[in-house]
Design a protein around this ligand. Structure first.
Ligand SMILES: O=C(CO)[C@@H](O)[C@H](O)COP(=O)(O)O
Length: 228
């Protein structure tokens, strides 16, 4: 398994040419398509839903689609995204009354399940559901918009999350999202992340491949400094 995954956030893609943008970023070496779902209720913005996910599958996208639900409640959309071809589905623990049930719903649908932690959300939400987690996503910005700056306190939170994952002995991805760029991806990896969402840092450049290659070079330095 690729120890590090790069997941461009299509929030920063050109929506008028979405299929082409996704094809281009995958051809440039991205591992996963990060798909941000916002409802103008849980977060103050409105984006795309299961029909767009299904359209990407029909367009021919076979790469994993990593659906980040910034919605409340979550269960109806979980069911719809399972049917639409999602691979991973993550949600915010405070957006559902029944965290365990929502995680189980995702796993029963054959998708990888994960919890998302806002910058000020405690990691304790994961304590009693570790056995149902395939991934954990730490937001390094407040959710709702692309192009924000990485919140430095996320590095300590990543180290803490990494300790908990390692102590669990389970194979859980540690994803980070918000303000990830070529200039900081190495220290983010060194803090314990192994999956990197980047929107503006990739889609706002002219050469997606050059940017992703540069990110991989930085990740290789992190891998070496971690002795892996
Ligand atoms: O979920 C979100 C924002 O809520 C992110 O996925 C952003 O889309 C990341 O954008 P950049 O900070 O990388 O530009």
């Amino acid at each position: 398994m690729n120890p590090y995954q790069i997941a461009p956030s299509i929030l920063s893609a050109d929506f008028a040419r979405l299929g082409e943008e996704v094809d281009n970023v995958l051809a440039a070496g991205a591992d996963v398509v990060h798909f941000d779902v916002m409802d103008n209720h849980y977060v103050p913005n409105l984006t795309i839903g299961p029909m767009v996910c299904e359209a990407l599958r029909k367009h021919g996208v076979t790469a994993p689609i990593d659906v980040h639900l910034m919605v409340s409640p979550v269960d109806d959309l979980i069911r719809m995204f399972i049917d639409a071809g999602a691979s991973n589905i993550t949600f915010h623990p405070e957006a559902t009354n029944h965290i365990d049930r929502s995680l189980q719903l995702i796993r029963d649908g054959g998708c990888n399940a994960g919890l998302v932690f806002n910058p000020a959300t405690t990691l304790h939400y994961m304590d009693h559901v570790m056995d149902k987690l395939d991934m954990i996503l730490l937001m390094s910005v407040n959710p709702g918009f692309g192009g924000q700056s990485f919140i430095p306190g996320t590095l300590d939170k990543l180290r803490e999350a990494r300790k908990r994952i390692d102590a669990s002995g389970r194979n859980i991805r540690l994803e980070v999202d918000g303000g990830v760029k070529t200039s900081n991806i190495r220290e983010i990896a060194e803090a314990g992340a192994d999956m990197f969402v980047a929107g503006s840092a990739i889609f706002n450049t002219d050469d997606y491949k050059a940017t992703i290659d540069q990110m991989r070079a930085e990740l290789e330095l992190a891998r070496k400094s971690l002795g892996q």
